[in-house]
Structures are given as structure tokens and as C-alpha cells.
Ligand binder design. Sequence first.
Ligand code: HEC
Length: 90
Amino acid sequence: MKKLILILAIAISVPGIAIFLSGCEAQRSLAMQKSGAQLWAENCVRCHNIPSPSAYNDVDWETIGLHMRIRANLTAEQQQKIVDFLKSAN
Ligand code: HEC
């Protein structure tokens, strides 16, 4: 009887875990799909006014990107997308 309950518990929880994990995966890929412009608009406004792409040149944006990556807790990929966007739009 105990075994049956255990088997039942596993049978019920496995799809639950699968759904949970696929939800995380969907969230993760959603975050990875975001464009540099989107990431810039969402992240760089959290602490100060959103900086205009034209406010700095390409070299400055590289340096600022590194500095703000730490402040904004961004991944290297997110930072690169934001910097690429800022450089393309300035
Ligand atoms: C967690 C807070 C935080 C986030 C998020 C953040 N910054 Fe900053 N930022 C600061 C602080 C604090 C300063 C003040 C100077 C310093 O710390 O060097 C600053 C300064 C700057 C400056 C220089 C402004 C000036 O007038 O000298 C630029 C440009 C800048 N941030 C761009 C960005 C960009 C682009 C992003 C998005 C990737 C970003 N920041 C995200 C906190 C943040």
C-alpha cells in the first residue's frame, strides 16, 4: 500500500516538475530574445534617467557598458546587446 502511494506521488509530481521546468525555460528564452533596445529601456532607467544613445561615443559606451553591467547585474550577453544598440543609435 505504501509503495502504491509512493508510485502515485511520483506519477503526480513528475508532470508538475516538467511543467515547472518548461516554464523556467520559456522565461529564460524570453529574456534571451529581448533586443538591445528593450534591455536598455527596461534596465538603464532603474537607477537614473535613461541615457540617450547620442550622449556618448562608441568608445565611451564600451566602458560605460562594463561599468553598468556590474551595477545593473546584467549578463555579458545582455550588456553586449545594450552596448551594440547604443552604438548603432548614436
Ligand atoms: C543599479 C543602479 C544602476 C543601473 C541599473 C544602471 N546604472 Fe548607470 N549609474 C548608476 C550610478 C550609481 C551612477 C553614478 C556614477 C557611478 O557609479 O559611476 C551611474 C552612472 C551612469 C552613467 C554616467 C552618467 C554621468 O552623467 O556621468 C551612464 C552613462 C550610465 N550610468 C549608463 C547606464 C546604462 C547604459 C545602464 C543600463 C545598462 C545603466 N546605467 C544602469 C547606477 C545604475
